[in-house]
Design a protein around this ligand. Structure first.
Ligand code: CIR
Length: 256
């Protein structure tokens, strides 16, 4: 899957109030901005044109744009975020998507769906059932995807925030798996890179054109992914990890 563009959203000062389950302290705004800049540079190194949305102080978590939508080459599906404080983030993202997509569909109430729960491998979409994505949201998404010729299946997620917190797409039918997903039969037919428990955050990586983008500081995981044949770009995203954010959630990648 090649990408030509990515949408990102600059973090605002309110990022210090982002929702979190991590016990790592509050993000440092200045440092977050700097890391976000490096993230944009990395996307550009992968050959992408980067569309930068301005920050929105009303939404502390809005820098995690991936949760707002699911993008395919045939259509865009706008999600319905599963936590009150984030509902509405998708409006600005949809405005941008309108410039590029003629087919935009929406997840409707009572469905909830966040993009962080949707992992594409080839033409198959795994949909994590989490506190943020409910069965109804998954059903609506899967109906839409089936209509465009894609397949999908659901994966119950119990230990982490989103499906992609623990499974990352490495491309070419290969995934990085950590924690509860390492033994999950749903991924057993794929080539898997097993990420050690103490480096579990490294499973949230993203294949972007020639490279795999990884969070910085996970030496063993980096070696494993490189040994599996994928060149890696590391980015320090410590400030985003303090509020449960990973590599994939910081952008929406697409081909247009
Ligand atoms: C949240 O709890 O919604 C944010 N603090 C983190 C969202 C991370 N998104 C993702 O993993 N796709």
């Amino acid at each position: 899957m090649m990408f030509t563009k990515a949408i990102v959203r600059t973090p605002g000062r309110s990022i210090i109030n982002g929702v979190t389950t991590a016990h790592l302290g509050k993000p440092d705004y200045r440092k977050a901005l700097e890391q976000h800049g490096h993230y944009i540079q990395a996307l550009k190194s992968c050959g992408l044109e980067v569309i930068v949305m301005p920050s929105d102080e009303n939404y502390p978590d809005s820098t995690f744009v991936e949760d707002c939508a699911v993008l395919t080459e045939k259509c865009a599906i706008v999600g319905r975020l599963g936590i009150d404080s984030r509902q509405g983030e998708e409006v600005g993202v949809e405005e941008i998507l309108r410039k590029y997509y003629s087919k935009i569909l929406r997840i409707e109430e009572p469905g909830t769906l966040e993009g962080g729960d949707v992992l594409r491998v080839g033409d198959h979409f795994y949909i994590g059932i989490t506190k943020r994505t409910n069965l109804e949201g998954a059903r609506q998404l899967s109906d839409i995807l089936n209509g465009f010729g894609y397949t999908s299946s659901t994966v119950p997620v119990t230990e982490v925030l989103h499906l992609k917190t623990g499974v990352g797409d490495l491309g070419e039918g290969c995934v990085a798996v950590a924690g509860e997903f390492a033994g999950n039969a749903a991924f057993a037919h794929l080539k898997r890179v097993f990420i050690d428990d103490e480096e579990r955050n490294a499973a949230n990586c993203a294949r972007i054109n020639e490279y795999v983008l990884m969070p910085g500081g996970y030496t063993k995981a980096k070696k494993k992914i490189e040994n599996a044949g994928f060149p890696v770009i590391e980015i320090d995203i410590s400030e985003f990890q303090k509020i449960d954010g990973g590599i994939s959630c910081l952008s929406l990648r697409f081909l247009k």
